[in-house]
Design a protein around this ligand. Sequence first.
Ligand SMILES: Cc1cc2nc3c(=O)[nH]c(=O)nc-3n(C[C@H](O)[C@H](O)[C@H](O)COP(=O)(O)O)c2cc1C
Length: 371
Amino acid sequence: MTVRIGSLTVKSRVYVPPMAGVTDIVFREIVRSVDSECMLATEMVSSRALLNRPETRLMDIAADEHPIGIQIFGHEPDIMASAAQMAQAKGADFVDINMGCPVPKITKGKDGCALMREPELAREIVRTVRSAIDIPLTVKFRLGWDDQTRTAVAFGEMIEEAGADAVTVHGRTRQQLYSGKADWEFIGKVKRALSIPVFGNGDVFETQDAARLLEVTGCDGVAVARGTLGNPWLIGRITKLLETGKLDDLPDDVERLITAYMHCLGLIRYKGVRIGTNESRRHLTHYTKGIVGAAPYRARLTQIESAADGAQILAELAELVGGAEGRRRFLLAVEQNNFENCEEISKGDSHAKNSVQAPVDFDPVAPVAIP
Ligand SMILES: Cc1cc2nc3c(=O)[nH]c(=O)nc-3n(C[C@H](O)[C@H](O)[C@H](O)COP(=O)(O)O)c2cc1C
């Protein structure tokens, strides 16, 4: 089933929405490898910061990532319009405006969800950005600021009238942050009031949750964020379920550990050892959730200083879950990956697959010492 977002037709109803610190190019490559059609989005990018740092890598898009949107935040219509033009020039398929971020650092400057309290300004932003770009424009927001002001229906109508081509609605208020349960019934009210596609969002952690959200809300698509942490397969499995009614098998634990390592290595190569290992720690612990007996290993994963540290601990875990054969499978995958990347680098083709493989600080991680 397709969804039409302005001039863009997407073949999937599944969307991985922006997550700051998560949906970078490395994470997105992994999601794309398990779902070739879902919609993707970058992390949010500050429109004002772009004025000073237009070269930010937050807007980097790989050739095989489409359909993908770049999300911008801010509250100054002209500055947001310039940011949207930069996003368009970067090759985004759509621009998404963040009107849902609840973090005080963002909302105190009238950005993110604060715009739900400034509907006139939000309208002007949508109109100004709309007229500055040719690609589709989407907006992501919440149910409202707090329980007393659940304004999402009127807000959505205004956003549509101002020219947005689709919206994503997270079924919580700003006040709730991430507490309580996402109110899918209320998302349904927004859906019924609008003619543009609505992506329902909030609390999809299992494959069947997505089907239920679509049923309850009547939404055109489903946006799945936290459920993908350490579990990118969720996206491919949701797509399969929605398209065929069938459930794919879950990857086994060794497969999960191999992907965890690839994620860690990708981050280190793309962002450098210091930032890459730092960011990997959190992801690695997500990948190991649910593995019986993993707690002590998880604690060690939060301390890694290099890809080799990660490989060492993950290999031990692979042995825990799969015995000697599990360890062998894991190490073979590590070795194969190192070999492929060394070949690409030695050919002088640092962008052999795509920019994810750019060998930032490659030396310190290759070859990874195999335990
Ligand atoms: C770590 C993290 C970072 C997020 N960053 C963004 C962001 O940059 N822009 C945005 O619109 N929403 C952001 N969100 C919100 C998610 O896109 C989503 O709306 C929210 O997590 C609810 O969906 P879920 O229950 O599927 O996680 C973020 C959420 C998390 C957990």
